[in-house]
Design a protein around this ligand. Structure first.
Ligand SMILES: [Zn+2]
Length: 323
């Protein structure tokens, strides 16, 4: 029986690190996860990861060949294989993550940030299959983006290209985790939608079921559920989120003229609540030559496996380039 070629996709998150062995068409043959323990040194995570992946690999090794390792991690630098002062992990300075992983697995390793990995996963296995120009926007705890132009992910001069989440909507606006004010992320991430609800509740006197929820327990999902029941404040919050997202994405369209913008993550799961105002606002702010051309569509990757698939897509791409 011919051996199935697989890659190992690893997604390092603030809380958990997920991994999976993935074949060329995007089937996850086996997967698992371990706690990241971001307060400990990266060497320890890589060692625990190796320990956790080994028995899972042994279940596959008689029928599969492992070709490489792809990693999605916060603030990862594709060119250098490094992770640089990542948010949510107390890894000081610059960590050469690719070298640490290569040292144990003795296979080709590629790293990039999670949003770039999501864009590659979308291109290989998801809604962007066959597209050469698109932008993937991840709307979760933060806002990430991966920009694909001419069939390639844009890494830029230093490897950090595609940080649409930290382009500025309002220079005197909300304080962002990056230290500046008014980044797109502060309005269109899941916590951003919650901030908008709290502002609307303070400004307006409309009745809203959200008034009964303690601020700390508010989530983008609860707000979407309330909006679907007709809650005025919840609906207004998603309207405002889409207005801002569409307005900012009109700039991105001018930069790379994508065929589609693909929305992924918790806020995108609100469906029409977010897609309709985003499309409306995008069209309203687009330069006329771009109008009625850019699709705004949902990701077709399942949220649970998407990060692992994206990381695996990254190394599949690298192996392909080497051929
Ligand atoms: Zn920011």
């Amino acid at each position: 029986m011919a051996s199935v070629e697989v890659t190992l996709g690893i997604d390092i998150g603030g809380t958990n690190t997920a991994f999976g062995f993935v074949d060329r068409v995007g089937t996850i043959l086996a997967d698992s996860s371990i706690p990241t323990r971001g307060d400990r040194p990266p060497q320890e995570l890589v060692a625990r990861l190796y320990e956790a992946t080994t028995p899972v690999w042994h279940g596959l090794s008689d029928r599969c060949t492992l070709l490489g390792v792809g990693v999605g991690a916060p603030n990862a630098n594709y060119y250098r294989g490094t992770v640089e002062s990542p948010p949510n992990l107390s890894w000081p300075g610059v960590t050469n993550l690719a070298a640490l992983i290569e040292g144990l697995y003795h296979l080709p390793v590629a790293v990039t940030n999670d949003a770039n990995a999501a864009a590659l996963g979308e291109m290989l296995y998801g809604a962007a299959k066959g597209m050469k120009d698109f932008i993937e926007i991840t709307l979760g705890t933060g806002v990430g983006s991966g920009i694909v132009a001419g069939g390639d992910l844009i890494y830029g001069a230093d490897g950090f290209a595609g940080e649409i989440g930290h382009t500025i909507v309002d220079p005197v606006g909300r304080q962002c985790g990056c230290g500046r004010r008014g980044c797109l992320e502060t309005y269109t991430s899941a916590p951003g939608v919650c901030r908008t609800v709290l502002e609307l509740l303070a400004e307006r006197i409309d009745a809203s079921e959200l008034r009964a929820i303690p601020p700390g327990q508010l989530t983008a999902k609860l707000i979407a559920e309330a909006a679907n029941r007709g809650d005025v404040i919840a609906k207004a919050a998603y309207e405002k989120t889409g207005d801002i997202l569409g307005f900012k994405l009109a700039d991105s369209v001018a930069h790379t003229s994508p065929e589609a913008i693909i929305l992924f993550g918790g806020v995108a799961n609100a469906g029409a609540l977010i897609f309709e105002p985003t499309r409306r606002s995008l069209e309203h702010h687009l330069l006329n030559i771009f109008q009625n051309k850019v699709k705004v569509i949902p990701s077709s990757l399942k949220e649970a496996g998407a990060a692992v698939l994206g990381a695996s897509a990254l190394i599949w791409r690298e192996l392909q380039k080497k051929k």
